[in-house]
Design a protein around this ligand. Sequence first.
Ligand code: ATP
Length: 561
Amino acid sequence: MPARSIEQIRNLCKRRGFIFPGSAAYGGLGSFWDYGPLGVEMLNHIKRAWWRSTVYERDDMEGLDSAIITSRKVWQHSGHEATFSDPLVDCKKCRTRHRADHLTSNVCPKCGAADLTEPRRFNLMFQSHVGPVEASPGTEEELASRVYLRPETAQGIFMNFKHVQNSLRRKVPFGVAQIGKAFRNEITPGNFIFRTREFEQMEIEFFIKPPQFVKDGDKTDEQWHEEWISQRYNWWLSLGIDPSRLRKRAQDKAELAHYAKATTDLEYLFPDFGWGEVEGIANRTDFDLSAHSRDVPEADLARLKLEKNSDSTETFDYFDPDAKARYIPWVIEPSAGVTRAMLAFLCEAYHEELVKEPTPAEVDPLKAEIDAVVKNAEKKKKEAEKEPDQTKRKHDPAAIAAFTAALAEMAGRLPQSLLEIDNLLEDHAGAQNLEPAKKLKPKIARLAEDCVRVVLRLHPALAPVKVAIFPLKKNEPAIVDIGQRITRQLAPFMRVQYDDSAGIGRLYRRQDEIGTPFCITVDFQTLEDNTVTLRERDSMQQTRVNIADLKHLLMQRLHLA
Ligand code: ATP
């Protein structure tokens, strides 16, 4: 069973070094996240898997890395400056902001008041300036130096269409792939890393013949679109997403972006909020390349509802040697989010199971301690309520009430709820500065580690750490020596972790929790016959493997060879 809630994933990510809130020491900054040591590994693996399947394994693709900041003119002619906006409404009662197109009725989703402002358009692009500018917004000087952080990587590819085609002597059909940061000043970011203001995209612009040049044996734009939809759908499945949680959804006419003839979204069934887009595959026609071109026939400008572009010095057309004619290619665009993909892969891989039933002797004292924590918290709440000046209160009564209610409910579900209690004590605002709660935390954590197995069943290609190496005895020099030698031998090829900080059982548990596919244990038998125990994460099966065969075997099973 995959994750039941986004909260489970958020907790794991913080606890084990995948994702931390950005600017945390200053109270955080709305929906910006930092990717920790394991997070950056996983992001890199997602990107590598995508690059391998879309660039290396095809013969019709090239790569690109274009600048994040481009001339403002790019975004004027792409249509983003005028239209890349969301309709925004404010609730006059509770003063929260919402996207009008996400509301299902004329009622505030936060407080239920039917008192919303009229929708206003809000442009999602972040602005900056090139060079030292002190002019007021909207003045000629300000506009001349204004730039935008790119809200999609696509435009960088369009700007380089001719560079890539000429320098690599490519013939249409061919595509260009790019991975990079994108920025959107989202009105309602949230659901952890699902919707953030800074994120990463993996985009392809695949250039094809316009319909009037398609001959027998060529694929039409609709066929290319279908082919990319199924190619991309299969990529998600090949990395472990269950087909019951991935669907293709064709956008209806009202949803379509101004440039698109058709778009199909790939949606993943997330816990808490349900189906959410992880990738969009659009048929962008010849809109973008025409929009940036100087010489476009009047009839095409009218068809595409474009103004003549006299800022551009270029015409993004292509001479087709077979047709002996020039045309502006059409484009199919598969566009996926790296960070959103990470959330989907984590949700899919998360599994929690009780592997050992704790004894009453272990659980009963904890229950008693939980009762004591609840009583102490209620006392602190009453004390806080007596202080009329809220700024002088040591505790927030509402937070304490929420904390004790959650704790009491979870205590009733022990031992299944061990990990939830651990997370609650760690993170809940109402648990802060309560001494008995602080004392209880390590005890709960220890029992949770012994009894609950959290395992990330990540595809081996995506796992942040590939192999962990444990010495059975850390004070046995011969065993330690071999363990460190294996570590050094594997380190150039994969992320390995040498760990001797606990007993083997606990070390296995810690690696399962971060999705490490293999663990190697060096023991006394190793000293006799040069074999180690290789333990596989999902089956927990253990086999003896000769040290000399380790590298080759792991490279194969990790899809690295
Ligand atoms: P949405 O409807 O969710 O706002 P969109 O249709 O605007 O998304 P696209 O412009 O098609 O998204 O972007 C392509 C991909 O980039 C999306 O499928 C998603 O994976 C990712 N993406 C877009 N916006 C964000 C964001 N704010 N945070 C994280 N990823 C995003």
